[in-house]
Ligand binder design. Structure first.
Ligand code: NDP
Length: 479
């Protein structure tokens, strides 16, 4: 399977004819090649976007909305094809791709197709001064969107949809590890009638293709989701050019469980929040803190449920845990299990590579629960981004709040309790951009999404995203 860049509505080989192998996580074999795009390809994508911008930015909101909603409908119509491609490329269970990833990508287009028609700007009368102000929300021009491998189409479209809804033209790069569904999206955009050049997709390595997008002096804004170190690097490169930046970065999210919660709901959701997508979701609750009075019971029940999860080939409907995304990522995650042992953590279940019959070279790992005795250890402080969680008990609210906040990240936190006062107090004090109480990853696309501290800068979602992808201009008229 050969993937091509999508520039000016057409599929084309990389201009310097360099290619990268694409591996299937399920069996470790090469199954295709993708462009290793250079500055030349990014320049071509930029030129196409620049040419499309004057017309697209003046296209009526109704027309933009109609095209976005059409893309959404086409994604839904082709859900099977997209889900199979996503699962093959990323290693995620096909059931997850069908139930979550692809429907959410479709929702992103539908949501922003509708949201743009409701995006109001402000006006202010300067009372007593005989003047009125109104604010224009103008598209920025050509913007860059760079996304990671864990939720490939879901996060790619979460950026592209608001960018084009707001009237911008886009140069976008998916992760080179998972390029398939971004490639397929080009066809859908053509079928939906998206004008040529509004969306351009260049494939390749982060350090060359991604870097070329960030370095491009005329790409005025970058929306990036990925690791914290990469985000910091992008911020350094972009700062001298005063680019607008949205950075959605790593997380090390606490899952805080009080004895007064609805136990069964908590238990089932905690299995999901720990291991969905092989734990490769920035929102996964990777540090579990349990009130001491129910700690032993929780430990027993949680380990039993986790041990029953089926690790298997991603294309099998019965698989709960698919393959990790790449060999190097598997090695990184296994490295943390070794670190946990050195730090005197107790492996309560998992910890080993899994050999799936017929797919012996796939990147499979048992879901792993590590009991730690201190929150200061590395496995409790550093982002592992795999099917590995730590658990430890706590006794007071003050103690757990301090531990929850004592990491460099601040993306999300989950709280399990039926005590209203505690809910309100902890929600206020947790250092996170998102707090879930008695649920996890329940998303309403109107709400702001993003992190604090090393988890990022800026917010996506709803009108926050449309604000990011527009420049506010105030006009003051004295009458
Ligand atoms: P990376 O930071 O490695 O990569 C993210 C994207 O940036 C990829 O497309 C990558 O390309 C590209 N990239 C890498 N280097 C550069 C560069 N110098 N200039 C421009 N682009 C570059 O992250 P991962 O793909 O490994 O994703 C996992 C990380 O993403 C985790 O830390 C996770 O927490 C975070 N994440 C955050 C989310 C959030 O909303 N806060 C959501 C999901 C994930 P390539 O892969 O081709 O090298």
């Amino acid at each position: 399977m050969t993937i091509q860049n999508y520039i000016n509505g057409q599929f084309q080989d990389p201009l310097e004819n360099n290619w990268i192998d694409n591996y299937s996580p399920a069996n470790g074999e090469i199954y295709g090649k993708i462009p290793s795009s250079t500055t030349t390809d990014v320049d071509a994508a930029y030129t196409a976007a620049k040419q499309a911008f004057p017309s697209w930015s003046k296209t009526t909101l109704e027309t933009r909305s109609r095209i976005l909603i059409k893309i959404s409908e086409l994604l839904e119509a082709h859900i099977q094809r997209f889900a199979a491609a996503e699962s093959k490329d990323n290693g995620k269970p096909i059931s997850l791709a069908k139930a979550v990833d692809i429907p959410r990508a479709a929702s992103n287009f539908r949501f922003f197709g509708n949201a743009i028609t409701q995006f109001a700007s402000e006006s202010h009368e300067s009372v007593g001064q005989g003047a009125v102000n109104y604010t224009l929300r103008q598209p920025i021009g050509v913007v860059g969107c760079i996304s990671p491998w864990n939720l490939p189409l879901y996060l790619f479209t979460w950026k592209i949809a608001p960018a084009i809804a707001a009237g911008n033209c886009v140069v976008a790069k998916p992760s080179e590890v998972t390029p398939m569904t971004a490639y397929l999206l080009g066809e859908i955009c053509n079928e939906a009638g998206l004008p040529k050049g509004v969306l351009n997709i260049v494939h390749g390595l982060g350090t060359s293709t991604g870097q070329a997008i960030v370095e491009h002096k005329d790409i005025k804004a970058i929306s990036f989701t990925g690791g914290t170190e990469t985000g910091a690097h992008i911020a350094r490169v972009a700062a001298p050019m005063f680019k607008k930046l949205s950075l959605e970065l790593g997380g090390k999210n606490p899952n805080i469980i009080f004895a007064d919660c609805d136990y069964n709901d908590m238990l089932n959701t905690t299995v999901r929040s720990s291991f969905a997508n092989q734990g490769q979701i920035c929102l996964c609750g990777s540090r579990i803190f349990v009130e001491a009075s129910i700690y032993e019971q929780f430990k027993k029940d949680f380990v039993a449920k986790v041990s029953a999860l089926k690790v298997g080939h991603p294309s099998e409907e019965s698989t709960n845990i698919g393959a990790l995304v790449s060999k190097s990522h598997l090695e990184k995650v296994m490295g943390y299990i070794a670190i946990a042992k050195e730090e005197n953590g107790t492996i309560l279940c998992g910890g080993n590579k899994v050999t799936v019959k017929g797919y012996e070279n796939g990147y499979y790992l048992e879901p792993t629960v590590i009991e730690v005795t201190t929150d200061d250890c590395r496995v409790n402080q550093e982002e592992i981004f795999g099917p590995v969680v730590t658990i430890m008990p706590f006794t007071t609210e003050e103690e757990v709040l301090e531990m929850a906040n004592k990491v460099k990240y601040g993306l999300s936190a989950t709280l399990w309790t039926n005590n209203l006062k505690r809910t309100m107090q902890l929600s206020n004090q947790l250092q996170a951009g998102i707090v879930w109480v008695n649920t996890w990853m329940m998303r309403d696309l109107r709400t702001p999404f993003g992190g604090v501290k090393a988890s990022g800068v800026g917010r996506e979602g709803g009108f926050e995203a449309l604000r990011f992808f527009t420049e506010a201009k105030n006009v003051c008229i004295k009458y």
